[in-house]
Each structure stands twice: as structure tokens, then as C-alpha cells.
Design a protein around this ligand. Structure first.
Ligand SMILES: C[S@@+](CC[C@H](N)C(=O)[O-])C[C@H]1O[C@@H](n2cnc3c(N)ncnc32)[C@H](O)[C@@H]1O
Length: 297
């Protein structure tokens, strides 16, 4: 079925709505602070040791963030790395300029804490344009991150994104990917496959597919599961602004409730109900799994 007939607008084409939906609604529902904490803990307990075993203090450490958004993870990684490396070069790639500005402000605060220096360069566009045209893409990086961004960087084609990232990784470097293993989004995109095309995103992508591809290319991959329950009660309320934004996140379409045909919307709501559970107080929950993938040669 052609997506165009539904007049669906990709959420990423409305950067303000995207930022609002992602950080004010989805971040809370999906307990992203819990996920953030777990990723940061993993970085501090495992990754930093691997990095410092391989890369000495006397060389400049470089970090490339792909789809950094406001950079909550990368900000933490930089802060931890600062305790080991006196000089860090940090490059951020993301088409959402508003989100990049927040990340830039965060990074500049790191240069006033009396620790190592952290430089900031950004590319305000998609990864494909960065790779094709930016001199910063000719560099090799010690660490590359793609945290919940693989679904967007190349519609339906994460392999190209993965190959771009490995081509910019220093020989003994690392890539940290955080990707959904299974969630309401994954299930939604399996149910409505045309959403991938109409929203320019591939939420069907799961960490299992990424791991298999990376291993097939000869990379070592270590994985860590993170599971949470999403409280999606608001999705089922007609008059909820919060619920509308959550709906946008699950479908990756801006103002889905207002723009999708009602038959599709009703069907989707019934589907979401069928795959969730309700507790005694009437709250509705859907299970979700993310996975951290640490990729190296
Ligand atoms: C789900 S958000 C994750 C943001 C951030 N990494 C975090 O965990 O909070 C996905 C990010 O990918 C960015 N993005 C979308 N298309 C992209 C592309 N083609 N290349 C690079 N980043 C992209 C979006 O602007 C957004 O900031």
C-alpha cells in the first residue's frame, strides 16, 4: 500500500516536534533515564578500561557521535574520558540543529571543570552528507557512538550506515551502538510496513539484525540487554496531548492522530491494547528491550 495516500509527515521533518516528542514524552515513558544510567554504568565499568588499555594518555582521544541529539550519553562519556585524556576531539553529527545546540552548550561546560580539554565540531545534517562532503569524515576515530539513531541514518539500510561508521573507526577502535531489541515501535512497524517508507525511518530494525551483520563482517560484538516496561496509558486517551506525542513517537509521524485515516488509527490502538497489560490501577504497560552493542575488530 502506498504511504503517500495517507499524507503522513515524517517526524524528523518537524525538528521542533521531534525534540519535544523525544525528550519530553518518549524519554519519560521509555524510562530513558534508567536506560541512560545503565549505558553510562556499562561505559564506566567496562568500556573505559578497554579504551585506556588500548589508547595512551599522550595521544589525542577522538569521539564521533552519530545522531547525537542533545547528546546525553556522549556528554557522560566525554566527562568520564576527561579523567584519563588531557585532550579530546569531539565531533557530533545530527540533522536536528536545535538538539545539537543543547549538546554544544553541554560540551562547553566541560572546559571549565579544570580537567582535560574537549573540542567541539558539529555537522548539522544527515550522516550520508557528512560522509560524502565533510573533511571531518576523513579522520579516524577512537570511539564512535550511534545511540538510538541507526533507524534513521539510512532508511531500510543500516548496513550502509554501519559500513560508514567502521570506515571512520581507527583500527583498534570501538563502536557503541544502542538499538531496540523489541519494543512497541518495532511491533508497530512490523504491523504497518509502509510506515518505514513514509516516515523515512526503519523502526523494524532490531539489535539482533545489527549484531548478525556486524559479526558477518568479522567484528566482535558484546551485547548487554536492558529491559523496561513502558507506561503507555495515555496512548488510549483521545484528548491527551501527551498521548498524541507518544503516538507520534511510536509511528515516527508528526501529528499522526490528526493526519492518519481513522480506520488505521482505530486498528492500531486495538493492536497496541492487544500486546499490552493492565495493572489493578488501570495503568497500561508494554514490555520493551534495548541492547547495547560494543563493536570492535
Ligand atoms: C531517537 S533520537 C536519539 C538521540 C540521542 N542519541 C539520544 O539517545 O538521546 C535519534 C537521533 O537521530 C538523528 N537523525 C535522524 N536522521 C539522521 C541521519 N540521517 N543522520 C544522523 N542522525 C540522524 C535525529 O535528529 C535524532 O537526534
Amino acid at each position: 500500500m502506498s504511504a503517500d495516500i495517507y499524507n503522513i509527515k515524517p517526524l524528523t521533518e518537524d525538528p521542533k516536534r521531534y525534540e519535544d516528542v523525544y525528550y519530553n514524552v518518549f524519554y519519560k515513558i521509555a524510562q530513558k533515564d534508567v536506560v541512560l544510567e545503565k549505558v553510562n554504568q556499562y561505559f564506566d565499568t567496562k568500556v573505559i578500561k578497554m579504551l585506556t588499555d588500548v589508547f595512551g594518555r599522550d595521544e589525542e582521544f577522538s569521539l564521533l557521535g552519530v545522531g547525537v541529539g542533545e547528546g546525553p550519553h556522549e556528554f557522560h562519556f566525554l566527562k568520564s574520558l576527561q579523567s584519563y585524556y588531557p585532550s579530546i576531539c569531539n565531533v557530533a553529527v545530527d540533522p536536528n540543529e536545535g538538539m545539537l545546540q543543547t549538546f554544544k552548550d553541554r560540551v562547553s561546560s566541560l572546559n571549565t571543570n579544570g580537567k582535560g580539554s574537549v573540542s567541539y565540531d558539529e555537522f548539522g545534517g544527515p550522516l550520508s552528507e557528512f560522509v560524502a562532503g565533510s573533511p571531518l569524515a576523513k579522520k579516524k576515530y577512537n570511539l564512535i557512538t550511534s545511540i538510538h539513531s541507526l533507524y534513521y541514518t539510512h532508511t531500510g539500510d543500516f548496513e550502509t550506515t554501519f559500513t560508514h561508521m567502521t570506515s571512520m573507526m581507527i583500527d583498534n577502535g570501538f563502536i557503541i551502538i544502542v538499538c531496540k531489541n523489541d519494543s512497541l515501535n518495532t511491533k508497530t512497524f512490523h504491523k504497518l510496513p509502509w510506515l518505514s517508507e513514509s516516515t523515512q525511518s526503519n523502526e523494524r530494525l532490531s539489535s539482533k539484525t545489527v549484531r548478525e551483520f556486524a559479526e558477518g563482517q568479522g567484528y566482535k560484538v558484546t551485547t548487554v540487554d536492558i529491559s523496561v516496561q513502558w507506561d503507555i496509558t495515555e496512548l488510549f486517551k483521545d484528548q491527551s496531548e501527551f498521548g498524541d506525542k507518544l503516538l507520534d513517537f511510536c509511528t515516527q509521524a508528526a501529528y499522526f492522530r490528526q493526519t492518519a485515516p481513522s480506520a488505521i488509527l482505530d486498528d492500531l490502538i486495538a493492536f497496541w491494547r492487544s500486546i499490552s497489560t493492565q495493572d489493578d490501577s488501570g495503568r497500561v504497560f508494554a514490555p520493551a528491550h534495548d541492547e547495547i552493542l560494543l563493536v570492535s575488530k
